[in-house]
Each structure stands twice: as C-alpha cells, then as structure tokens.
Design a protein around this ligand. Structure first.
Ligand code: ADP
Ligand code: ZN
Length: 720
C-alpha cells in the first residue's frame, strides 16, 4: 500500500523507542502490504503499536474498535500526548462534538479514530456508509476475542463486525487479543472473513513478573511485610467479595497505607473518583473485586496480590497480567488456603446444568493444582496455555525455594502403619485424626484403642498433611478410584513397613531464598534521582490532569536515572522520548538530571547505553558524530577546551567527552591531555572503584588530578 512514512521512523520520532519488540515489525510489514492479521500477544506485549505505527505510515484514517470507553480515552490521551491526531466517538458526546469530528474526518485530519462496535455498525449502517466516503486505511479490532462465544468474554455487539469486509473489501483488518484458545482463534478468523491473513502468536510468558503462592493462614502480616518492603509502589489487591475489599481497605488505611476499596456495588462517581486517584498515583493500593482492572492501562502497577483464590487460571493470568506492563520487575502474589477452595466449589454449582458445573469445577481444579504444584509455577501456567517451558524459570517461589530433603523414615513408618491398621479404608484426613489422637466423635471407638492412635501427637496437623502429600507424590501411597478415594499402600510402602527401607521427604517448611533480582538494567541507577523524577512527572500529571504514566512510563524515568542524559540530543536516545514529548517536557526533565549531576559531580553515562540495534537511522549517527567533529575541528585549530566550550555554547564536560571520543578511537593522543603518571593513577583507581561515580574516583586521587583528566582517561579505556 502507499505509505507516507516508514515504520522505523515513526517508532523513533513519535514513540521514542529504539527498536521493535517481539514480532511487531513483521506484523506491521504484513499490514502495510495490505493484508489482514490476527495478533496474539500477552498484556503489556505492545499490541497497540502494531496498529498505531501503520496508522501513521498510511495516508488515511485508522478506525480502532474497542469495547471499553475508559480504555479508548486512555489510548487517545496517550496519542495526543505524543502529538498524534486521535479522537474517540462515543455516546457521551454532544451532537456538536460529533459534528466537529465528522468535519475533521472529512478533511482527513485524524490519524486514528476509536469507536465502540455498535457505534461503527449500528444505526442502519449510517456510519459505515459515511466512512466509505473517506479514506480509511486500516481497521483495528482490539480485544478481538470478544467476537467469539468461545472466548471468556463474549460480547454480542462484536458480532456486527463480521459485516466489515462487505463494506471495505480491500481495507486491511488487524485483530488483536491477549487471550485466545484454538477455537476462539478460528472463530475470530471466520467471523471477520479474513483474506490473505496471517496469525501472529507470541509467547504468553511475562518474564518480568515474579509468581509466588503463599499460605493464606495469617496472610495479613505477610501482606504488611510485603507492603513495607515496597513503599511507594502501586498495586492491586483482589478479593472475592465486595465486603472483603472494604474490610481489607479499611484495615490497611487504619494501618497507615494509601488504599481504597473498589467494587461494582459502589456509586459510579465514587468508583470513577477512586480509579482516577489510583491512575494518578494518589492512591497506591486498590483493594478490589475483579470488577476492577478491565480496561486499566496503568503501566506502573508493581504488584498484584490475590487475597482470595481466583476461580480459574484464565482469571488469575489476566489479573496478574495487569502488573508490570512497562516491562519492569513486578510481583504476583497469591495467598492460598483450603477454605477458599470449598467456597469456590459451592459457587461453581450452576443449578440444573451439570455440564457447566463440571466445566467450572475442572477449571477450579486446575487453579488448585497451580497452588499445590511443587514445580515451576511459570511452567505450569505456560503449559496450561499450550506452550512449552523450561523446568526452571528462576523467578517464581518454587524455583527460588531451596528444597530441604530430610530423613523422614520414622514419620513415614507412623503414617503408613496407621493406614495399614485402618485396613486401607480411609482418606488422609481420617488417618491424620487417628495419628494425632483426635477425640472427635467421628473417630470410631475401635480406632481409639489402636496402638497407632495418637502416635503422631507431636506434630501439627499441617505437617501431617504435608507428609501425606509427599508420600503420595513419592508413590509411598496412592488414592483409590471412585467417589470417596481412600489411601492405599504400595509396593514401595511395604518395603518401608516390612524391610525398614529409608524414606527421604521434603521438609514441611522450606526455606525461601531471597528473590533474585531480575536483570532488567545493566547498570546501576540513581535511586534518589529516580524518585525525584517521579515527583516531577506527578506534578506535571496533576497540572495537565492526566494519569502520570501517560506522561512517561517508569521505565523511561529509570532510563533517565541510569544514563543521565544532559543534552537535548541525548534525550532522544532515552526510551519513550519521542520528538513531541522531548520538545514539551524535555527541558524540565533535563534540568532535573543536570542539577542532580552537578550536585553529585556526576557526568552523563550515555556512553554506557547499549548502541541502538541495526534499526538505528543513519541520520542520528551522523548528527552525533557531527557535533563531535565540530569540537574536534575547533581543537585542531588550536582552541583550548574552555574556548571550544564558549564558542559552541556547550559545557566543558561535553567538550571533554567529545574529545574523549577521539581519544577512545585513537585519533587523538591521551598524552596530549593528561600526564602519564596521572594516567596510571586514574587507571588504578578505576580498577579499584569502578567508573560509575566520578566523585568517588576524584576523592581517591590527588587533588591535582582534575575531573576533566579523569573523564579523558576513562574515555580511552575499554569498558569491562
Ligand atoms: P498491550 O496492549 O499489548 O497490553 P501496550 O500496547 O499497552 O501493550 O504496550 C505496553 C507498553 O510497552 C506500553 O507502555 C508501550 O508504549 C510499550 N511498548 C510497546 N512497544 C514498544 C517498543 N517497541 N519499545 C519500547 N516500548 C514499547
Ligand atoms: Zn519457576
């Protein structure tokens, strides 16, 4: 198709990103060739760019169908902030506003228009016929699984989209979703009457999310410990009932945390207000039912806690997926207790519909298995969604738990002999009651006189439950089939009872290792600067009345606090700074970085930033070397560093770094700038203290060695 700009150029100048992620580039290329595409990508994977970039490459308007008004507004706001002409059309607008939009459309002034499906096709196809008079370049269908009744979120109003191809036979359609099984996928393709299409699937893995499942007993203390270790972070805590959200939020507020409850039973105004406060980081913790989160784009949600068990893996994955959309490390923590399973089992009963009940129970069972598994949680999740995964992910509680195996021969003998004495006719709970000498009525009188009665009083019930599971897992026991499964002995257990075979089992209380830091930043960042930058972002967000993350994501601020750009030009290499945002906010953020650098005698670390990948446009490279070249030429003409600085209106630091570049490449000789004995001292100091703090180096060197000399020597040394 005819294009007006290249995807790479749009990505860098408008969105401020270095390179495409996953298969974005392939998808965009396929669309720009005029084809249809179905894109499956996990939340936070970067679906939006798959249609926003083509929208800006193509000459006409792109129509985006989205089910949620909140989401539309958010997306449009985000685009406007990057200088892209976008708008949405919905029923809340006045006829005047709608007329103005039509006018803009007629004049081809909009690049993206967001609409609800019923708005697009409803009203006697009026709107569709109007669109036919315009240049529509692309249709994007967000949350495309809503079109299928096999999906978990079927919306009948999406069905009308199956008529799109009749009206626009040659306009490409891109359908996007974060969840779709095989059946749903086929249904989407059929419903939309896709032509030369491709399906783009990505791994559903969310590498930046750490999964942890902990016992529910006494969870409040564990929760507070977690929150205390993560002050300032935003997160969502999911509860099963409305009442539970209110109670937990009230408790948290009383204990001094910034929290609020959110559920569908609250007045709309109150809900909107709380959501808004959360989006603006004014409320840090939202305690919510699952009514909260659909259509929330907040990218800096650092944790999602499930205080109650979710009903199924799909829900769990969707909810935990709201953490870490910006790609920074985030936590998903679930507090799991057997009581919840009972409760959910009763909720799963659909009156007069055994089939549906069974489906719901099976899904619940899978959820329980995730909680009980002794293997990698991530692997379990990915396998559930039909993906393969390695046994060890290194970022879930199971992988990070040291498994302590102990000699449990005596314990096994006690348990197995009790099973034998009960003639293999009872389940684990009864066996444990007998072992622990329970006086409950349900324990038959004749069992209270057995020699094994009470032989395991010394251990708490939970430990015995743990050992029962271990014995099952290691095949010392097995379950009988049938409605009321009982514990049976195996050949292996007979060896224990009659041949004194040794038994080794996992200890009940495993040692949880400290979480390994996920390597998301190669270099250390300035924490206090990062916090200050967040404050600046929030202040701007308040002035402009938009959510903070729409200004810049946490990862952009982290980049700033890591690489310390001190010129407008280097700002453009920071992920998330497109030309428009750099122009609008650049000065404020640059000043803050510069002040910080001055106060702490730090210099820019842009040279540590990984070179952009092959997609980097040549112009940037040339420009960068241009400015260095100018400095170099002035130096060759005999000007000193401070003279060049004043001629070029740049700081001496910058000039030194330019010249440092030529020293690094061997064009200039370090000996012309720094005495050789000073060079040796600086090299030695760098070996000892590293190069991240110039101040530290300076303090450990004789006063006669200047910052400039240190910089020059560093520039001449390879980074190791
Ligand atoms: P999804 O819709 O798939 O959940 P988004 O489109 O909201 O995900 O993208 C998640 C985040 O990742 C956004 O902040 C987005 O700007 C960012 N992002 C997307 N593509 C890239 C990229 N190529 N480089 C850097 N950041 C990106
Ligand atoms: Zn794991």
């Amino acid at each position: 198709m005819q294009t007006i700009d290249s995807p790479e150029h749009i990505l860098q100048t408008i969105f401020g990103y270095d390179s495409f992620r996953h298969n974005q580039q392939e998808i965009i290329g396929h669309i720009l060739d005029g084809n249809d595409a179905l894109v499956l990508m996990p939340t936070g994977g970067g679906k939006s760019l798959c249609y926003q970039v083509p929208a800006l490459c193509l000459p006409g308007v792109t129509i985006v169908v989205s089910p949620l008004i909140a989401l539309m507004k958010d997306q449009v706001d985000a685009l406007l902030m990057s200088g892209v002409k976008a708008a949405f059309l919905n029923s809340s607008q006045t006829s005047g506003e709608q007329a103005a939009l039509s006018e803009q459309l007629k004049n081809n002034e909009l690049k993206l228009l967001y609409v609800a499906p019923e708005r697009l096709v409803g009203q006697d196809k009026q709107f569709l016929t109007f669109l036919q008079t315009l240049e529509v370049s692309l249709f994007a269908i967000d949350e495309a699984h809503c079109i299928s009744q096999w999906g978990h979120d079927f919306r009948p109003e999406y069905r009308v989209l199956s008529e799109l191809k009749q009206y626009f036979p040659s306009t490409p359609i891109i359908a996007l979703t974060a969840t779709a099984d095989a059946q749903t996928k086929d249904d989407i393709l059929a419903q939309l009457h896709f032509k030369a299409h491709r399906v783009f699937e990505n791994s559903f893995n969310r590498p930046n999310i750490y999964y942890s499942i902990q016992p529910k007993k006494g969870y409040y203390d564990a929760l507070l410990d977690y929150l205390d270790a993560h002050t300032g972070d935003a997160g969502i805590i999911y509860c099963l009932s409305r009442a539970a959200t209110e109670k937990l939020a009230a408790d948290l507020v009383e204990d001094g945390y910034s929290a609020a409850a959110y559920h569908a039973g609250l007045e709309k105004n109150l809900r909107d207000e709380r959501q808004d406060l959360f989006l603006k980081d004014d409320i840090k913790i939202m305690v919510a039912t699952i009514a909260f989160g659909m259509g929330i784009n907040k990218s800096n949600v650092r944790f999602v806690v499930h205080a109650d068990l979710p009903k199924n893996i799909e829900g769990y994955y969707q909810e935990t997926g709201r953490a870490g959309r910006d790609g920074l490390p985030s936590d998903a923590i679930l507090f799991y207790g057997a009581g919840d399973v009972m409760k959910l089992k009763s909720f799963a009963q659909v009156p007069d519909n055994e089939e549906q009940t069974n489906i719901l129970l099976q899904k619940l069972e899978k959820m329980v298995q995730l909680c009980e598994t002794k293997r990698c949680r991530r692997k379990y999740l990915l396998n559930y969604f039909g993906e393969t995964a390695p046994d060890y992910c290194g970022s879930c509680d199971v992988c990070l738990t040291e498994k302590t195996v102990e000699d449990a021969t005596l314990i096994a003998q006690k348990f197995l002999s009790t099973v034998a004495r009960l003639n293999e006719r009872f389940g684990a709970n009864y066996v444990i009651d007998v072992i622990r000498g329970s006086q409950a009525e349900k324990i038959r009188a004749e069992h209270k006189t057995l020699t094994v009665f009470g032989i395991g009083k010394d251990l708490p019930r939970e430990d015995w439950q743990h050992y029962a599971k271990e014995l099952l897992l290691e095949n010392y026991l097995q379950h009988s089939t049938g409605e009321y499964p009982v514990l049976l002995l195996t050949d292996k257990s007979k060896d224990v009872l009659f041949k004194s075979a040794k038994v080794y089992l996992q200890a009940p209380k495993p040692v949880v290792l400290t979480k390994e830091p996920v390597v998301y930043q190669q270099h250390a960042f300035e924490k206090s600067l990062f916090e200050a930058l967040k404050k600046l972002r929030n202040q701007i967000a308040h002035e402009e009345n938009v959510p903070a993350y729409l200004i810049f994501s946490d990862s952009t601020l982290l980049d700033l606090a890591t690489y310390l750009p001190t010129s407008n030009h280097s700002l453009l290499s920071i992920s998330g700074f497109g030309a428009f945002k750099a122009e609008k906010y650049g000065t404020a953020f640059l000043e803050m970085v510069q002040d910080y650098c001055n106060a702490n005698e730090l210099s820019s670390r842009m040279e540590l930033k990984q070179p952009k990948r092959e997609r980097k446009p040549k112009i940037t490279k040339e420009r960068e070397s241009d400015t260095k070249k100018t400095t170099y030429d002035l130096y060759l003409q005999g000007n000193s560093i401070s003279e060049i600085a004043s001629i070029r209106n740049l700081s001496p630091n910058t000039i030194e770094s330019h010249l440092g570049f030529y020293i690094g490449t061997g064009v200039l000789s370090l000996n012309d700038f720094v005495l050789s004995n000073h060079q040796a001292l600086i090299v030695a100091a760098e070996k000892k203290h590293g190069r991240l703090s110039l101040k530290l180096l300076k303090e450990n060197l004789p006063d006669s060695i200047s910052y400039g000399a240190i910089r020059m020597v560093l520039a001449s040394m390879p980074i190791h």
